[in-house]
Write a protein that binds this ligand. Structure first.
Ligand SMILES: NC(=O)c1ccc[n+]([C@@H]2O[C@H](COP(=O)([O-])OP(=O)(O)OC[C@H]3O[C@@H](n4cnc5c(N)ncnc54)[C@H](O)[C@@H]3O)[C@@H](O)[C@H]2O)c1
Length: 409
């Protein structure tokens, strides 16, 4: 009898690769639970990877920060494995909206754990965490699984908190918890706001790429990268070989500096690279220049990365160039927002030299705003518009001309 596996957050980037891998390499029946945030792009990844209509996949849109309703529990039925990946994952957003962000990541974990407690046949509860919980490395030494956590921003703090809560449930309620800490993931259908898609887009348009560095730009920041399909294979390996109550580091093949990564992408694209070194670590507290994990535990268990770094990166770049809709930016919503605003009917004029002053905003064509009063506040990274949208139009998709993040309350 095939096992039923819940994968939370699988409309997202890594999750949909895990679903794809499991469909090809197991007989599992898969249940996707996802709240469809802006980062999910709706069902677009599931559609693009031809997962959505697979008879072994069922998808439910649900906010896991709330208790899973009885009706949904009934609908899902027996569950053998839960892989909990749902989370907000963008560090900048966590710095800007820490309360919503932490609430989402911690409460969704608590509610999924509470649901897990009701399951009679649960064999594994697999919590998907990040290398960022350990903070930057000391003397370039990779952290081992049970080393202390030292998160440096609300995102990594929320992931660390969720890990601790999982372990608390493992001890108290004997839930079959397993945790993995994963390095920087890349692959097809990654969201436009991550470094590799940003590099591809900017190189394509001849724009300058910011290369994040250590304080004083003395050293360029680095990451260990791993392709999402390697991650998916590692998750399956751990379900087969890992121990309940233990933690595992899923590590990238080798360390790549931000500049090396941009150069590699430009080389594959056969285009010139324009870049500028930026001192992110000093200018933007909460942004670490490097992370490092020790991968020896999984190696000793016999784990090997199935796909090589250069090959998987080249394929990802080529795929993205053929599917450029994945490079398109869009606006994100927050809190009480009922609409992601997108489009052409509003003319939006900005002058970046007007630091500290609101940008001019003119509407043309349809007037989407019900009142003439549109308080506009300015931030250096994002223009924030508080506008009242007529209830009748709240479900309509509109789009703004540019990629400036916009919040419609
Ligand atoms: N991307 C990386 O490099 C990386 C590295 C290590 C760990 N992680 C972790 O992997 C997981 C997946 O990351 P990703 O890059 O695929 O992120 P993603 O943003 O692409 O996907 C996350 C998904 O979770 C869903 N989600 C968020 N909150 C939810 C909630 N309350 N209820 C239901 N669904 C919710 C979103 O709708 C989205 O589809 C996250 O837990 C992240 O912390 C990511």
């Amino acid at each position: 009898m095939p096992k039923t596996v819940i994968i939370t957050g699988a409309c997202g980037f890594i999750g949909h690769h895990v679903v794809e891998h499991f469909l090809l390499n197991t007989d599992f029946n898969l249940v996707i639970l996802d709240k469809l945030t802006y980062a999910s792009k709706g069902y677009e990844r599931l559609r693009s990877a031809e997962i959505l209509n697979n008879s072994r996949v069922r998808v439910f849109s649900v906010d896991l920060a709330h208790p899973i309703s009885e009706g949904l529990q009934q609908e899902i039925g027996n569950v053998h494995i839960i892989i909990h990946m749902a989370a907000n994952s963008h560090v900048d957003h966590s710095i800007e909206f820490p309360v919503d962000f932490i609430h989402n990541n911690v409460m969704s974990t608590v509610q999924v754990l509470e649901y897990a407690r009701t399951l009679k046949h649960l064999e594994r509860f697999f919590y998907f965490s990040t290398d960022e919980v350990f903070g930057p490395p000391i003397n370039n030494t990779g952290y081992k699984e049970w080393d202390r956590h030292k998160p440096t921003n609300p995102y990594s703090a929320s992931k660390s908190a969720a890990e601790q809560i999982c372990m608390g449930y493992e001890n108290t309620y004997k839930l079959p918890i397993m945790i993995c800490n994963v390095m920087n993931v890349f692959g097809e259908r990654q969201l436009y706001e991550k470094f590799i898609p940003i590099c591809i887009r900017k190189i394509l348009h001849g724009e300058t790429i910011d290369i994040h560095c250590y304080p004083g730009c003395e050293k360029i920041g680095t990451r260990f990268y791993i392709h999402a399909r390697n991650v998916a294979a590692a998750v399956l390996f751990l379900l087969q070989h890992g121990k309940v109550g233990d933690k595992y580091n899923i590590t990238g093949e080798r360390e790549v500096s931000n500049l090396e990564m941009a150069q590699f992408i430009a080389k594959v694209m056969k285009k010139p690279l324009h870049y500028e070194l930026t001192d992110t670590a000093s200018q933007r507290p909460g942004h670490d220049a490097s992370y490092c994990l020790d991968g020896s535990k999984m190696e000793q268990m016999g784990w090997k990365l199935p796909v090589n770094f250069e090959e998987s990166l080249t394929k990802t770049i080529e795929w993205t160039l053929e599917n450029q809709e994945w490079l398109e930016k869009f606006n994100y919503k927050r809190g009480r927002t009922h609409l992601i605003a997108k489009a052409k009917t509003i003319t939006w004029t900005t002058n970046p030299t007007l630091e500290g002053q609101p940008p001019a905003l003119a509407t043309s064509g349809n007037n989407w705003f019900t009142t003439g009063t549109i308080p506009i506040s300015w931030s250096t990274t994002r223009y924030v518009i508080d506008a009242k949208i007529s209830a009748a139009r709240a479900t309509t998709f509109i789009s703004f001309r540019d990629s400036i993040g916009i919040i419609v309350v």
